[in-house]
Design a protein around this ligand. Sequence first.
Ligand code: PMV
Length: 352
Amino acid sequence: MASIEGRATAEASPNIAFIKYWGKRDEKLILPQNSSLSMTLSSTTLKTTTSVVASNKINEDTFYINGKKLEMSDPEVRERLKAIGIMRELSGTTARVLAVSSNNFPSSSGLASSASGTAALVYALNAAFGLDLKPKELSMIARQGSGSACRSMMGGIVSWRKGSRNDGSDSYAVQEFSEKYWGEVIDLIAITSHEKKKIPSRAGMKQTVETNPFFTQRKTSAEKRLREVREAYRQKDLDALASLIMADSNEMHALMLSTVPSIRYLDSSSLKIMDAIEELNASEGGNIAGYTFDAGPNAHIITLKKYERKISSMLADIKGLEALEFKSSAQGSGPKLLTGVSLINEERLAPA
Ligand code: PMV
């Protein structure tokens, strides 16, 4: 087999789902039960930067994140880093990988560091292994590390087509709208908790698919709502878009709640924010913002840049939300390679 010596650094951002993915039809290949759709966030606000070296001189795959070495014997870590093995095989080499990764946001804040982390890793490996794969193919590789990561492989508004084949060859990400199509749309993130997820999404999804009596209905309602979101976005109809986004978040969290045993990610702060956004929309006589929550209590408020100040000051006035912090993110343009930057100390082949 050919030997290789490749290096690259890439950055990628998390995404926030307007139509949620919650449930797999194949656990190993990470194939979803329904299609989903998200907005890629801006690297100015949230990003993971990852440097990799792929070399036959390295003895074993090693991964450092925010200065901490990951335990490769941990099955969860191995699953998350599946891309390394997949891309090594595609390259036709036996090169091992050293990867050093860093987030510009705390990974404990529930802001989807696994999506940006997996996307940055896959993008950097593509260059280091000299593979030259296109975003669609890269999304299929990222999908196998963390499902939602496949949507971070492109900028703007991105859908993840669920596909129907057993081998996953038709389950990939597609860019629906470029970040420039409706660039005023932002995600105002209201952070109220830094606690780690109570239940990892992998385990939570499995529990939902296996025990939830309403799951069959979810599969069709998500596909229908995805088509409606696409249309609302095409028409730049904020009122309709916000309403659909809130409905999908509520549907996913209701599903979680009705799973056995019940899964709850929202807390009292989340509910206060939901009330406040609904009151604001009512007082405006139409929706100017929609809340959405992933597997955690922090609110993502999808709105237009011009409403940001109004919404943040309104939320700051809510009693009992002491720990409130904001991060405002425009839409991002997807992963990119960085030249002349490395997080790796090349002489020691360790974190710089
Ligand atoms: O890809 P995972 O395992 O991190 O799952 C993410 C699931 C949600 O964030 C809750 C929804 C989504 O579609 O992003």
